[in-house]
Design a binder for this molecule. Structure first.
Ligand code: MLC
Ligand code: AMP
Length: 498
């Protein structure tokens, strides 16, 4: 049996998930996921890697469904609760999902998906009941999860992670960050990405700790959960810390003192998924008395590099390779760089995924001949700590911790009537890390109503992928979407909006 599930049997009476006033034990989780697995099996002995997608909010149902799929031998495909129908439909087609599970909040979305995918059964979570049957033996080498990530090609790619990958990723963090069964983490991250799933959910569940979910992320919800006094671990993207700081700064000094006193008692606070500005680290230190532990990871590899739990957490740096993870920095010809020289981060280890779903060519391109995964991130190893310098593709944007492909947005924009050509770039932004900006070449500028364009885009792409600035241009960057041109474009847009 996979260790995550086996361990849970040792914590039966402990709390595993809390959502508002509802608390569930590991015993509840094992029994609910057994029932879900039995429903999904429906008389078969093993799902043999069938892809089961689910559209549910972060709560006990979410965890039970994920574990139910795994216990039946299926591959879990979590859907983003904020995605519009075309994005969800793409994932269902790409994974050839055999079943969709949903909860009440998504009935309307599901109705639309049902008309597009009449061959896929879609079941409300409340109807997932079946008499518990004998469950198959699930092995570490079996595929567990497909997560979608944007790249330098148009559509997002499905990253296939095995139970063995997840197990390695979890164990590295348990050891490095000293997870204990007495921890309680507040998880406000989206649960279709590695950060929210592995770091902030599976690590605590592996060790017998408790995960607290709230209905949705707002600074108010986060601070009230903190004030409950139970939480001692928190993990988030830099944008979330930025938003918490802004909210805190508006509170009365009495309220601020109350929050700061609670935060001081925390065991661990982590930032990652995007570069943590030193200004955010400094402000959060004043508020919480904690130096945020910054770490670096990626959907394809889980976490690879982390500042130390004990020892110096160096601002502006991501730390050292995690236990069991090999990291090196190479120059363009693949040779390792001289000490302190810059190059691309390559990663190897049992944490690293095996393939993109149904994308042999992209998988082959992602690895070197001798099996190192090419992250596309540029870094230096500087006085014992890795430091990220940026990405080697101008077409990858990180906004609010989400990885976004400029090319994907361009493809959608080009379908809008009146737009002849366009180029999308990320502009540096204190709150979001980068803000998406688009340059448009249009037939007649006066005929493009930007709010109508925005409304049109919202039905096609998730809101975090929407351009927040537009400029109109005569010809640049028509047909020239190279790095140099896009970097020039960034400067032009920055000038125009400043
Ligand atoms: C949302 N908004 C944005 C935006 N996203 N504006 C600019 N840029 C963006 N990127 C706007 C919306 O359009 C809306 O405005 C308003 O903000 C509120 O939208 P929301 O969706 O309710 O936002 P909110 O819930 O506040 O989201 C902010 C956030 C979210 C930071 C909580 O982006 C988030 O959860 N990010 C985490 C992503 C993550 O987990 N990444 C990890 C990937 S794994 P309007 O006007 O439209 O109403 C990975 C590997 C690793 O990276 O190392 O971890
Ligand atoms: P994703 O594909 O969504 O998993 O995003 C992974 C990318 O996030 C990495 O390739 C990095 O570009 C970025 N990233 C993650 N952590 C950090 C960090 N601490 N600093 C800078 N970039 C980061």
């Amino acid at each position: 049996m996979i260790p995550l599930l086996r361990n849970a049997q040792n914590y039966l009476q402990r709390n595993c998930v809390r959502f508002e006033d509802e608390v569930f034990t590991y015993n509840d989780l094992l029994s609910r996921s057994h029932s879900i697995a039995s429903f999904l099996l429906n008389g078969q002995s093993h799902l043999n890697g069938a892809r089961i997608a689910y559209l549910v909010n972060p709560d006990f149902d979410y965890v039970s469904i994920q574990w139910g799929i795994w216990r039946a031998g299926g591959i879990a495909v979590p859907l983003c609760v904020k995605h519009p129908v075309p994005s969800l439909s793409y994932v269902l087609s790409d994974t050839t999902a055999s079943h969709v599970i949903y909860s009440s909040d998504f009935k309307t979305t599901i109705q639309e998906l049902e008309t597009l995918h009449q061959d896929i059964p879609m079941t409300h979570v409340a109807h997932l009941n079946a008499e518990p049957c004998e469950l198959p033996e699930v092995h570490l080498e079996e595929d567990a999860l497909i997560l979608y990530t944007s790249g330098t090609t148009g559509n997002p790619k499905g990253v296939v992670l095995s139970h063995s990958n997840l197990n390695a990723q979890i164990n590295a963090l348990i050891e490095a960050w000293k997870w204990s069964k007495n921890d309680t983490i507040l998880n406000v991250l989206p649960l279709h990405h590695i950060h929210g799933i592995v770091n902030a959910m599976l690590c605590p569940l592996y060790i017998g700790a408790e995960v607290v979910f709230v209905e949705r992320f707002t600074p108010k919800n986060v601070f009230s959960a903190f004030l409950s006094g139970k939480i001692n671990v928190f993990m988030a993207v830099p944008t979330i810390y930025f938003k918490l700081i802004a909210f805190y700064e508006e509170l009365s000094s009495k309220e601020q003192e109350g929050i700061s006193a609670v935060l001081k008692q925390f065991r661990l606070m982590v930032s990652g998924s995007a570069a943590l500005p030193v200004s955010v680290l400094e402000k959060w230190k004043k508020i919480s008395s904690h130096i945020l532990l910054e770490r670096y990871g990626m959907t394809e590899i889980g976490m690879a590099i982390s500042n130390p739990y004990d020892g110096e957490r160096r601002p502006g740096h991501i730390g050292q390779a995690l236990p069991g993870v090999s990291v090196k920095i190479v120059q363009e010809d693949g040779e390792e760089v001289a000490p302190a020289a810059q190059g691309e981060i390559l990663v190897k280890g049992s944490n690293v995924f095996s393939r993109y779903w149904n994308k042999k060519e992209a998988t082959a391109k992602g690895f070197t001949q001798d099996g190192w995964f090419k992250t596309g991130d540029m870094a230096v190893f500087d006085k014992g700590y890795y430091r990220i310098l940026g990405r080697n593709s101008v077409d990858i944007i990180k906004s609010g911790g989400y990885k976004i492909s400029a090319l994907e947005i361009e493809e959608v924009l080009r379908k809008y009537q009146g737009i002849n050509e366009c180029a999308v770039v990320g502009i540096p932004d204190d709150e979001w890390g980068e803000l998406i900006a688009a340059s448009l070449i249009v037939e007649r500028e006066t005929e493009i109503d930007l709010s109508a364009l925005d409304a049109w885009l919202r039905t096609r792409i998730p809101s975090y992928k929407l351009p927040r600035h537009y400029i109109f241009q005569e010809d640049l960057p028509r047909n020239v979407l190279g790095k140099v041109t896009k970097n020039v474009l960034k400067e032009i847009i920055k000038d125009q909006i400043s």
